[in-house]
Design a protein around this ligand. Structure first.
Ligand code: NZQ
Ligand code: ZN
Length: 385
C-alpha cells in the first residue's frame, strides 16, 4: 500500500432541505456573493428563486450562461466581475461545468497571471476566492474535489487543472435537485462516475480496502442508474448516485494506490475537438480501453472486476471471465441508451493524430495502468468509431 496524505476540508451538507443551510455556509466568508450558473436550468426548476430568497441578506451578483465543457472566455468574464464587484465568495450552482468554471474564476481573481496560464500551470495558483457549491447533477465529483477542466476553443484544447486552493469550502448535496436532470445527462453522469472509479481501480498498485470501496461505488451506479432513468423522482436512486459521484472523485477511491488515468485524457481530446458530452464520450471509450488494457499482466485485475462488480462466477476460464466483465460494461452503457460509437456523435478520424499527440504530451499516459503512446491512443480512438 502506497503512502498518502488525505485532507478534504469541504463541509458536506447532504439530504433533503439542505439548501436552507446556504446563508450559514456563506456567512463566514463575506457578504458579496458571485452566483454562477449555466444555461438556465436553475431558472426553469425554481432553484434560482429559492436561492435568491434565501440570500436576501447578501449582495448577490450573477454570472450566467456557463456552457457545458466550460470555456476560458467564461472564466475571463467571471474574473472581471470579481474585480469589478469586489466579490468575497463564489456560489456555484449547477453541474461540473459551472463548478469547474467557478474554480478557475476563483483562482484567476486572486492572481496576476492570465487565467489560461493558470490552467496550463496550476502550481502558479497560490490563492483562490472561497467557493460554495450547490450540486444539481451527479457526475463529476467537482463538488468537493480540487480539480477543474476548462476548454479553449481557440487552441482546440480541454485541460484539467488541480490545486488545493480551489477545493470548495462547502457543498450542498440535495438529491431532490437532480430530479429534473434529463435522461441523457443522468446516463452520462452515471457513466462519468463509473469511469472515474475505473480509472482508479485499474492500477499497478492495488489496495484491498480502497478497491473494495471502488467496487461498491461501481455496483451502486449499476444498481441505481437504471432506476433513476425509470423513475427520475426516485429519491433513493438520486441520493445513491449523488453520493457515488462525490465518493468517485474525491481521492477516496485512489488512496494507497498508484494511479495514472487513461480514458479521461483521451475523452478530453474528443470533447476539445467535437464538444461532446463528457460522460457519453467516456461510455464509448472506456470499454474499448479495457479491451486494449487486458493482457497477461492485468488479467487478475480484470477477473476481480468481473467477479466483484458484475457478479460473474469463476468458470475456470479466467480470460473468458475477464472478457465477460468487459462485455457487461459495454452492455450496461448501452442499457442506459448511450450511443455506442463516436461516429454517432459526429466524430470522424480526421484529427486523431493531433489528438493522440496532445493526449500524450499533456498527460502521464506513459505511466498508466497499461502504458500508452500515440499509436495506442490512436488505436483506442479508432476502435471507438
Ligand atoms: O447549463 P444548465 O442550463 O444548468 O443545464 C445543464 C447542462 O446543459 C444540465 N443540468 C444540470 N443540472 C440540471 C440540469 N438540467 C436539468 N436539471 C438539473 N438539475 O445538464 C447539462 C450538463 O451540465 P454539466 O455541468 O456540463 O455536466 P457535468 O456535471 O457532467 O459536467 C461536465 C464537465 O465537468 C468536467 C467535464 O470534462 C465537463 O467539462 N469534469 C470535471 C471533473 C472535475 N472537476 O473533477 C472531472 C470529470 O472527469 C470531468 O472531466
Ligand atoms: Zn469524468
Amino acid at each position: 500500500m502506497e503512502n498518502f496524505r488525505f485532507c478534504n476540508g469541504t463541509d458536506v451538507r447532504f439530504g433533503k432541505g439542505m439548501l436552507n443551510c446556504l446563508p450559514e455556509l456563506l456567512k463566514p466568508y463575506g457578504n458579496r456573493v458571485l452566483m454562477t450558473y449555466g444555461g438556465g436550468s436553475i431558472k426553469r426548476t425554481g432553484l434560482y428563486s429559492q436561492i435568491r430568497m434565501l440570500l436576501t441578506d447578501f449582495e448577490v451578483f450573477e454570472l450566467s450562461g456557463i456552457e457545458p465543457n466550460p470555456r476560458i472566455q467564461s472564466v475571463y468574464a467571471g474574473q472581471a466581475l470579481c474585480a469589478d464587484k469586489k466579490i468575497d465568495i463564489i456560489l456555484a450552482v449547477g453541474g461540473g461545468s459551472t463548478i469547474d468554471c467557478s474554480k478557475a474564476i476563483a483562482a484567476a481573481a486572486c492572481s496576476e497571471e492570465d487565467a489560461w496560464q493558470l490552467v496550463l500551470n496550476p502550481s502558479k495558483i497560490k490563492r483562490a476566492l472561497p467557493i460554495v457549491t450547490v450540486l444539481t447533477l451527479a457526475a463529476t465529483g467537482s463538488e468537493t474535489n480540487c480539480g477543474g477542466v476548462i476548454s479553449n476553443p481557440a487552441t482546440s484544447e480541454k485541460l484539467g487543472f488541480q490545486n488545493p486552493s480551489v477545493r470548495p469550502k462547502a457543498a450542498v448535496l440535495d438529491p431532490e435537485l437532480t430530479y429534473t436532470v434529463s435522461s441523457k445527462q443522468t446516463a452520462a453522469g452515471a457513466a462519468d462516475i463509473f469511469s472515474h472509479v475505473v480509472e482508479q481501480y485499474f492500477s499497478r498498485e492495488p489496495c484491498y480496502v480502497t478497491d473494495a470501496i471502488c467496487e461498491g461505488v461501481m455496483r451502486t451506479v449499476v444498481r441505481y442508474a437504471p432506476l433513476a432513468l425509470r423513475e427520475p423522482r426516485c429519491y433513493e436512486a438520486r441520493a445513491q448516485l449523488m453520493w457515488a459521484s462525490t465518493l468517485g472523485l474525491n481521492m477516496i477511491c485512489s488512496l494507497g494506490k498508484r494511479t495514472a488515468w487513461s480514458c479521461h485524457p483521451i475523452e478530453h481530446e474528443v470533447s476539445a475537438y467535437y464538444d461532446v458530452t463528457h460522460g457519453v464520450g467516456l461510455a464509448i471509450l472506456t470499454p474499448r480501453w479495457m479491451r486494449y488494457a487486458l493482457n497477461e499482466q492485468t488479467l487478475d485485475c480484470f477477473v476481480r472486476y468481473a467477479q466483484n462488480v458484475w457478479g460473474i462466477k469463476d468458470n475456470n476460464d479466467r480470460w473468458a471471465t475477464a472478457r465477460e466483465g468487459i462485455d457487461r460494461t459495454t452492455a450496461f452503457f448501452g442499457s442506459l441508451n448511450i450511443p455506442a460509437t463516436l461516429s454517432e456523435l459526429g466524430v470522424g478520424n480526421e484529427h486523431f493524430e493531433q489528438m493522440a499527440q496532445h493526449a500524450i504530451a499533456y498527460n502521464d499516459l506513459k505511466n498508466a495502468f497499461v502504458p500508452m503512446d500515440e499509436k495506442t491512443v490512436w488505436n483506442v480512438l479508432n476502435a471507438s468509431l
